[in-house]
Design a protein around this ligand. Structure first.
Ligand code: ADP
Length: 528
């Protein structure tokens, strides 16, 4: 298998071009051969027809002596390139033969070259013709116009059983009888072409002539065709190789640019301005892929920076308290206070690491979910009971509405989602505010929504609210104390990952100073 695109293109191109040149050349040569042979055959057949006409004109019992009155050689070869002179150019006497019956005249069309020894009539006609001839009508001029003279035709007349009745000069040409049953037949014999025509009384008329000059011309035409075809093929292949190189040059450019892109130059893009439309779309696709990779890489960098920053703070607290406690001997109460502070920092770190671990598992599609049939209404009631003390501490009223909403989901994971949302709703509500959990279900999904009457989320922050480590108002968040994995900006992204791992959707809608509503939609199980 050829791995080079350029070579493969060249190979296909070579196959197609060769096939086209061969087919065209073969068709051309075939046509040339057919027309040449057609001309020769027509010429020979016309001669044979003349002989047939003469034989038919003879009385039925005409003997061999009558056949013997036929001339021993055919008139000069048939004119193929020039029409015969008009018949009225000949005198009436010329039209007649002498003797008892009108002597048959082999009225072959005239050749361009006159040959001596064709009798008086012939000479008279020649004289008449030369009297009428234009000054340009000389044999030499004819030869220049029409090429060398054609070889003279010959004929033979055979009786039924193959007995030769009459044959023309030259007598050294071997003319064989043939038991053909066809009315007209053609054959090639030793560089000659012959027509076999069935005449009257089962006679066989054979007319032929040497066609080696035509065959030579055909051979030289074939050689020329092969030479032209080979040149066209060579030129085509060179052009094809050049074109294939030109066509794949932009691909080489693309791979060059792509090779040069690393983590530090992710903002580089492939220059598509000068590319052809097909490769331009490939370049643009790669550019948009590079854009997505750059985006993801930036997010990853930001995520790592945020994670280390969030871990550094409790670590710094932990270290500084340990150093302070160890700087001099302390009372048991002071040690206890230090240990409690360290524990709080460790709990915060643990919650952060747990959150990061959960997100990493979710990204890898390895969240360990144990789906069971659950009712979101039950979970909401449990969560309300759990958060009631916390809510009353913040002077926030808790409500629950809606009916049963069962679905197939991991109970613990969905409880974590509800707790996160409820925690945020209570935390960000004003004193005297109200948080409502409502449940509902449709044909294909079970829904739980947490709505508060808090300050809402600014419209420009809504698209990023589920991003990892994103916090709307860091100063405000830091002032508040939350339970669980709080204050890190991971809560909502964890909720979203869990819901999506169930095949559900987490959406948010918010109005400044009116409140925020988070809605979880989970696909219902078939039997729910
Ligand atoms: P955090 O753990 O810091 O609260 P979250 O991912 O839970 O992180 O929330 C991200 C940000 O979304 C918070 O900083 C907060 O500003 C905003 N937010 C979340 N829930 C609400 C809400 N119910 N009302 C107003 N703002 C909210």
């Amino acid at each position: 298998m050829i791995r080079s695109l350029r070579l493969r293109l060249q190979l296909f191109h070579a196959i197609i071009l060769t096939a086209a040149v061969v087919v065209f050349g073969a068709a051309f040569y075939r046509q040339l051969h057919r027309s040449t042979m057609g001309e020769i055959d027509a010429e020979l057949l016309s001669g044979a027809r003349v002989l047939e006409g003469i034989l038919r004109g003879m009385p039925p019992r005409a003997g061999e002596e009558m056949l013997g009155s036929l001339p021993l050689e055919l008139p000069p070869a048939m004119e193929r390139r020039r029409p015969p002179p008009p018949r009225d150019a000949l005198s009436p006497e010329d039209e007649r033969g002498g003797g008892g019956f009108e002597r048959p005249r082999l009225d072959f069309p005239r050749d361009r070259n006159s040959r001596p020894g064709h009798g008086v009539e012939e000479e008279n006609r020649e004289e008449e013709r030369s009297a009428d001839a234009s000054p340009f009508d000389s044999p030499r001029l004819d030869q220049a116009r029409f090429g060398p003279p054609l070889p003279p035709p010959y004929f033979a007349i055979f009786a039924n059983e193959g007995k030769m009745l009459r044959r023309s000069e030259p007598s050294d040409v071997k003319i064989a009888w043939n038991s053909t049953r066809r009315l007209i037949d053609y054959r090639n014999v030793e560089g000659r072409r012959e027509v076999l025509l069935r005449g009257p009384r089962e006679m066989l008329i054979v007319v032929g002539r040497d066609v080696s000059s035509e065959m030579q011309r055909l051979t030289s035409a074939l050689v020329q065709l092969i030479a032209i075809g080979a040149s066209v093929l060579c030129l085509g292949l060179i052009g094809g190789w050049w074109l294939a190189g030109k066509a794949i040059r932009p691909i080489q450019q693309i791979s060059c640019t792509a090779e040069g892109i690393d983590a530090r130059s992710l903002a580089d893009r492939i220059d598509t301005a000068t590319m052809d439309s097909e490769l331009q779309s490939l370049g643009m696709t790669l550019n948009s892929m590079l854009g997505r990779i750059e985006n993801a890489f930036d997010k990853q960098c930001q995520f790592t920076a945020d994670a280390s920053h969030d871990l550094r703070t409790p670590l710094a607290v932990l270290l500084s308290h340990c150093e302070l406690a160890l700087s001099r001997p302390r009372s048991p109460e002071e040690y206890q206070t230090t240990i409690v502070t360290c524990q709080t920092a460790a709990v915060r770190m643990k919650s952060l690491v747990d959150g990061l671990l959960l997100l990493a598992r979710s990204d890898a599609g390895e969240l360990d979910l144990q789906p069971t049939q659950i009712d979101l209404k039950d979970l909401s009631t449990e969560a309300i009971e759990l958060f009631r003390p916390y809510a009353s501490e913040h002077q926030v009223e808790l409500n629950t509405t809606g009916g049963a909403a069962s679905c197939l989901a991991d109970r613990q994971a969905i409880s974590q989602v509800i707790s996160n949302l409820l925690d945020n709703a209570i935390l960000y509500s004003h004193e005297g505010g109200m948080v409502t959990i409502s449940t509902s279900c449709s044909a294909d999904s079970a829904c739980i929504a947490v709505q508060d009457t808090g300050p809402g989320i600014p419209a420009d922050a809504l698209p990023r609210i589920f991003d990892r480590f994103y916090r709307v108002d860091e100063a405000r968040v830091r002032q508040k104390t939350k339970q669980g994995q709080s204050g890190s900006g991971l809560g909502l992204s964890i909720c979203k990952s869990i819901v999506e791992a169930h095949g559900g959707k987490l959406t948010v809608s918010s109005e400044p100073n009116a409140g925020t509503r988070f809605e979880v939609q989970l696909p219902r199980s078939a039997d729910s």
